[in-house]
Design a protein around this ligand. Structure first.
Ligand SMILES: [Zn+2]
Ligand SMILES: [Zn+2]
Length: 232
């Protein structure tokens, strides 16, 4: 693996998307351009301390906050994510994962650090098979490593797409979610009474994040925080 990386770095070295300097996909000098805005609530997009959801915005009650690193419509961040997802440049997400870890510790968005487990949002298996990897898994591993936290990329299984949750009764919701996302019986112990950081690459409506968070809540998770690279 190391040899492969060495050869790859010689043939196609990583270059900063902004200034073209070699060594990173976004170098320390340029990265401040990506995350230069204040914390906000991802539902209404208005300012909010620590990225907490406003009470009126938190209808599902499953996520306490969604921490967003940067804006998707900033061209460079958008290009990085799109190259990482659609053009096989999965190393982009290793860089982004490390950056998210740095971002979290720099701004103290978590209080009791060692009490969290980092979990990735699962990808539909057909899409994963086509792409060969789930970018959220790559982000999750890098974030956990940089913060010294435990992580899991396979606790949640995605079985199918879900129906709109809001029109269903609670019992139907549980059934709907239970069918869409599952947790293996042996893995429930990793969720029960745990604080969780749920990782995805981009958030728009946030329905997937909310659905996965609801499933984690069903299995007894304590606090669940969303963490994403970008929001539109
Ligand atoms: Zn640069
Ligand atoms: Zn809000």
């Amino acid at each position: 693996m190391k040899l492969f990386q060495y050869i790859r770095d010689i043939i196609a070295p990583q270059k900063c998307y902004a200034c073209r300097r070699e060594g990173h996909f976004f170098c320390p000098e340029c990265r401040t351009d990506f995350s230069c805005y204040d914390p906000f609530c991802y539902v209404c997009k208005k300012a909010s301390t620590w990225f907490l959801l406003h009470e009126k915005c938190n209808t599902s009650g499953s996520l306490s906050k969604v921490i967003v690193y940067g804006k998707y419509n900033r061209t460079i961040l958008q290009k990085l994510i799109s190259d990482g997802k659609y053009y096989g440049k999965k190393e982009v997400f290793q860089d982004l994962g490390r950056e998210l870890g740095r971002f979290l510790s720099l701004h103290h968005y978590l209080q009791e650090f060692d009490d969290y487990i980092v979990i990735s949002v699962p990808m539909h298996f057909l899409r994963r098979w086509k792409r060969g990897y789930n970018q959220s898994d790559i982000l999750t591993k890098e974030i956990a490593e940089s913060l010294g936290l435990r992580c899991s990329t396979n606790i949640i299984m995605r079985r199918r797409y879900t129906k709109q949750q809001s029109h269903l009764w609670r019992s139907e919701r549980l059934q709907n979610l239970a069918g869409a996302f599952g947790v293996k019986k042996d893995d429930i112990k990793y969720i029960k009474n745990k604080n969780i950081i749920l990782v995805d690459d981009v958030v728009s409506t946030g329905s997937t994040l909310r659905e996965v968070a609801s499933v984690l809540k069903l299995y007894g998770a304590k606090e669940i925080i969303g963490l994403v690279v970008a929001s539109d």
